[in-house]
Ligand binder design. Structure first.
Ligand code: C5P
Length: 215
């Protein structure tokens, strides 16, 4: 009954959350979407002003325990709001602020303290859980990531075009990779998984195999 922690990092729209959710479900682990936490703080700042960052301890972020993994900000379900274009546009800037990172990283470490967590984000392997037993860095070309995102958006009935999505993805990656504190990068001991030519099941099975070797 040796639980491990699994850190999954990578650029925007690499499929981290889809894969992490499925891996967590198969192992009976808890899935934590740290991007959703940065999005929640960003939404709060957009709604209430930058002053809220002076009292981050008042920002109560929780996840539901069911398969939906809904996210709550001060009691309100904000799961869909955090996916808005406005939040996506502003999240990298808010995520680069030191006090925001310190607050959320500390929360993330508490959640992972008892092991049995699959956590996805940008700095999990490098900063949040440097001792995670399994670290994955997922990559795929911006074009492929944008195409996958386009299909998702079309299924949801959202009208976007591919070139806009590619530009947004490249811009967000650039901001996340060049920021001063905990920029997006592969941890030295992370396993690089290029998912460009893999489907969801293949990526999932790959990670499960690696996890099972460690259990
Ligand atoms: O994963 P997602 O695309 O929802 O993340 C939204 C943003 O949150 C990222 O572009 C990045 O700026 C920030 N983020 C971060 N560190 C993490 C997870 C997300 O800075 N661990």
């Amino acid at each position: 009954n040796n639980k491990i922690n699994i850190a999954i990092d990578g650029p925007a729209a690499a499929g981290k959350s889809t894969i992490s959710k499925r891996v967590a479900e198969r192992l009976g682990y808890v899935y934590i979407d740290t991007g959703a936490m940065y999005r929640a703080v960003t939404l709060h700042v957009l709604n209430s002003g930058r002053e809220v960052m002076e009292n981050l301890n008042d920002v109560d972020i929780r996840f539901s325990n069911d398969a939906h993994r809904s996210i709550y900000l001060n009691g309100a379900d904000i799961s869909s709001e955090i996916r808005s274009p406005e939040v996506t546009e502003n999240v990298s800037a808010i995520s680069s602020i030191q006090s925001v990172r310190e607050y959320l990283v500390q929360m993330q470490r508490v959640i992972a303290a008892d092991k049995g967590v699959v956590m996805d984000g940008r700095d999990i392997g490098t900063t949040v859980l440097p001792d995670a037993e399994l670290k994955i860095y997922m990559k795929a070309s911006p074009e492929i990531r944008a195409k996958r995102r386009l299909e998702e958006e079309q299924e949801r009935g959202v009208d976007v075009d591919l070139s806009t999505l590619i530009q947004q993805i490249i811009r967000r990656d650039d901001l996340d990779m060049t920021r001063e504190i905990s920029p997006l990068r592969k941890a030295d001991d992370a396993i690089l998984l290029d998912t460009s030519h893999m489907n969801i099941e293949e990526v999932e099975n790959n990670i499960i195999r690696m996890a099972e070797e460690l259990l």
